[in-house]
Design a protein around this ligand. Structure first.
Ligand code: SAH
Ligand code: SF4
Length: 389
């Protein structure tokens, strides 16, 4: 195992955390003074309730109603005496983002544009399995993105702000509301909304604190109880935060690689200038939550004539040799004004064969919900175009 990052990396971490604080979400209090309890940690919820004279068991009860039963109203909490329910309702709300639009594609992929309390918006996508009763919910972590990857629609939108823990959990809960999947299924009981992928708008590791808090809530066994094995965080390669996410959350990791040479990756994923490929791969090699049972996914968008040659495939195999890894080949999904074309089916097949011959699984991801701009890299909300896009 490679040594953990040194003091410099610690400084980098502090810098990233300070930077993301400038884009904080709005306060969780409504105009009428009531506080949204969604997004509070268990301890914070207990403290809020203690402040109004409630014993610790109350927090546990309320938590169960919110995250296991899916209650959106204190009046529904039948195990709590009416006067207490009324007292809670005077001071608190159980928030959900408002669905500004909902679109369903021919393949049943569904996309919501959620509007938050300050009017900011972000998109969420549900991708049902075509055969089985299960599916992935793709959550956004930021409104816009600072990173401007050349092939990504979100990258044309400047970062407006980070999403708060309540807004990240809220996307998942509102999606569950739409399918009526409450109470939260227990243990291995099949779920319609069975996995979370942090692959929507934004770079989750540039909003680590809120993402971590939201995922801790989602994983809590007395609530939504989704296992860390069913959560995948996708990053464009924020190296110093990868260690932390692995150690603290232990979720699955997906890395948006997209190029195997620094000159090309510098251009496609500009963050590469800060954390080049060698550093990124080293961070993957020490990622604590990876194993043969829980492989790291390398995402590779197939851009015609740009990164799709057999030589690229061979170099990819060399880079990830020895890692518990799989490769997801994503045919480029076009969006209005995008500058690239999707690789030919033949080029994708050849690329996949080379990677598979080296012993890695390398499925080609079928685009889902393309016609409603719900596929990978097509998400965007209305505000804040980046200059020149
Ligand atoms: N910011 C994170 C997560 C969101 S993007 C990240 O970059 O990893 C989710 C995935 O979609 C990433 O692998 C991203 O590179 C990819 N993607 C972006 N634009 C795309 C496009 N137009 N076509 C296909 N995949 C795209
Ligand atoms: Fe941001 Fe990810 Fe899009 Fe790059 S690919 S611009 S990091 S959302």
């Amino acid at each position: 195992m490679t040594a953990a990052p040194d003091a410099l990396t610690e400084a980098e971490r502090t810098r990233i955390l300070a930077k993301s604080a400038r884009f904080d979400p709005p306060a969780a209090t409504l105009a009428d003074g009531r506080r949204d309890v969604v997004g509070l940690s268990r301890d914070e919820l207990a403290a809020e309730l203690a402040a109004i004279g409630e014993a610790p068991f109350r927090a546990r009860q309320v938590w169960h109603w919110i995250y296991h039963q899916g209650a959106t109203d204190f009046a529904a909490m039948s195990s709590i005496a009416r006067p207490t329910r009324e007292k809670l309702a005077e001071r608190f709300v159980i928030g959900r983002p408002e669905a500004a639009t909902v679109q369903t594609a021919a393949d049943d992929t569904r996309k919501w544009l959620f509007r938050f309390r300050d009017g900011q918006e972000a998109e969420t996508v549900y991708i049902p399995d075509p055969v089985e009763d299960r599916g992935a919910v793709c959550l956004s972590s930021q409104v816009g993105c600072t990173l401007a990857c050349r092939f990504c629609h979100t990258g044309t939108q400047i970062l407006t702000r980070n999403l708060g823990a309540a807004e990240i959990v809220g996307q998942f809960m509102a999606a569950r509301d739409a399918y009526g999947e409450w109470p939260s299924p227990k243990g291995e009981t099949p779920r319609l909304l069975s996995t979370i992928v942090l692959m929507g708008m934004g770079e989750p590791l540039y909003n680590y604190a809120n993402v971590a808090k939201a995922m801790t809530i989602v994983m809590d066994n007395e609530g939504i109880a989704l296992s860390r094995r069913r959560i995948t965080l996708s990053t464009s390669g924020v190296v110093p935060m990868m260690d932390r996410a692995g150690a603290e959350l232990g979720v699955n990791l997906a890395v948006s690689l997209h190029a195997v040479r620094d000159d090309l990756r510098d251009e496609l994923v500009p963050l590469n200038r800060k954390y080049p490929i060698a550093e990124l791969i080293a961070a993957c090699r020490r990622y604590p939550a990876a194993s043969n049972a829980r492989r790291i996914t390398f995402e590779y968008v197939m851009l015609r004539g740009v990164n799709d040659s057999p030589a690229d495939a061979r170099e990819l195999v060399r880079l990830i040799a020895g890692l518990p890894a799989k490769v997801n080949l994503i045919p480029f999904n076009p969006w209005p004004g995008s500058a690239y074309e999707t690789s030919s089916a033949a080029a994708i097949a050849r690329f996949s064969e080379i990677v598979m011959a080296a012993g890695f699984s390398a499925p080609v991801r079928t685009p889902r919900g393309r016609e409603i701009l719900a596929a990978c890299g097509q998400l965007r909300s209305a505000v804040g175009a980046r200059a020149g896009s």
